[in-house]
Design a protein around this ligand. Structure first.
Ligand code: SAH
Length: 258
C-alpha cells in the first residue's frame, strides 16, 4: 500500500471514530435534557442493540426505519426519554405488550437493570429474535413470551400481576385498554406510547375506560431531538378490579372494540 493510501485510510478511520464519539456525546446530551443519566456501558449496550435490530430487520421486518441515527432517535430515545413521565423503579414488574423487535422493553431494560421486564408478542419469530438480543446484551432482567395478550390476560400467572404495562404502536387506545388493564394490579399503570394525533383516540376510548374501571387518562407530551417530531404518553391508572369478562377472547378486542 502506498504511503498516500495508508495516510488516507488512517484519516478516514480517525474521522469515523471522531464521528462516533461526537454522536455518543449528542445522545448523552439529549438524555441529559430529558433528565436521564446513562453510563458508558449502557450507551454501548444500546448501540449494540441498534446493530442487532438492524441486522435482524432484513429477515423479520422489525422496523421501517433503517438509518442508524433515525433508529437511535425514533426508537431508542423515544423509548427512553418518556421514562421520567411514569414511575419505574427497582423491584417493579413491568410487561411490554406487542414488543415486536423489543420496543420499548429492551432499551428500558438496559436503562433499568433492577426492574423485571416481561416482553410479549404473538409472533414466535419476533420473540425468538428478542430473546437472542437479550442474551447477546447480557440482560438478565428480561423474560420473553410468545403468546397473545388476550390469553395472558386470562391466565392467573399474569393477570393482576404487574406494576406497569407498556405498549408502543400496538393498537388504538380503546383496544389497548382492554388488553392491558387486566394485567396490572389495582392502582397499577398503563403507559401507551402515541404519536401527536391522540385526541380522537382519547374520545373513542371513553367506553373502554368506563368498562375497564380506570381513572381518566392523563396525557403528557414530549418532542424527539433534532426536530424528529412530537410524541405523547397516555397514562392510565386502574382504580377497581377488572371484570372477569375482560379481555374477551382472541381477536375480539381489536375486531369488536369497546
Ligand atoms: N412495540 C413495537 C412493535 C409494534 S408492532 C414497536 O414499537 O416497534 C405491534 C406488535 O404487536 C406486532 O409485533 C404484533 O405481532 C404484536 N401484536 C398485535 N396484537 C397482539 C396480540 N393480541 N397479542 C400479542 N401480540 C400482538
Amino acid at each position: 500500500m502506498t504511503y498516500y493510501f495508508k495516510q488516507k485510510l488512517l484519516g478516514d478511520l480517525a474521522s469515523t471514530i471522531k464521528g462516533m464519539l461526537h454522536f455518543q456525546q449528542s445522545v448523552e446530551s439529549w438524555m441529559d435534557d430529558a433528565g436521564i443519566d446513562i453510563s458508558d456501558s449502557q450507551y454501548k449496550k444500546l448501540a449494540k442493540y441498534v446493530d442487532l435490530l438492524k441486522g435482524k430487520n432484513e429477515q423479520l421486518n422489525l422496523t421501517r426505519i433503517v438509518d442508524s441515527q433515525e433508529v437511535w432517535i425514533k426508537h431508542i430515545l423515544d423509548s427512553l426519554i418518556a421514562a421520567p413521565f411514569f414511575k419505574i423503579e427497582a423491584g417493579m414488574k413491568v410487561i411490554d405488550i406487542g414488543t415486536g423487535g423489543g420496543l420499548p422493553g429492551i432499551p428500558l431494560a438496559i436503562l433499568f437493570p433492577s426492574v423485571q421486564f416481561t416482553l410479549v408478542d404473538a409472533t414466535q419469530k419476533k420473540i425468538d429474535a428478542v430473546r437472542e438480543f437479550a442474551h447477546e446484551l447480557n440482560l438478565n432482567n428480561v423474560n420473553c413470551i410468545a403468546e397473545r395478550i388476550e390469553v395472558l390476560g386470562q391466565n392467573p400467572d399474569y393477570r393482576d400481576q404487574f406494576d406497569l404495562v407498556l405498549s408502543r404502536a400496538l393498537a388504538p387506545l380503546r383496544v389497548l385498554i382492554e388488553l392491558s388493564v387486566p394485567l396490572i394490579h389495582l392502582y397499577g399503570n398503563v403507559v401507551a406510547y402515541k404519536g401527536p394525533e391522540y385526541i380522537s383516540e382519547l374520545s373513542d376510548a371513553r367506553n373502554a375506560v368506563a368498562k375497564l374501571q380506570c381513572e381518566q387518562p392523563k396525557v403528557l407530551q414530549y418532542s424527539l431531538p433534532e426536530n424528529k417530531g412530537n410524541r405523547t404518553i397516555i397514562l392510565i391508572t386502574k382504580k377497581r378490579v377488572t371484570p372477569n369478562i375482560y379481555p374477551r377472547r382472541d381477536g375480539m378486542p381489536a375486531n369488536r372494540p369497546l
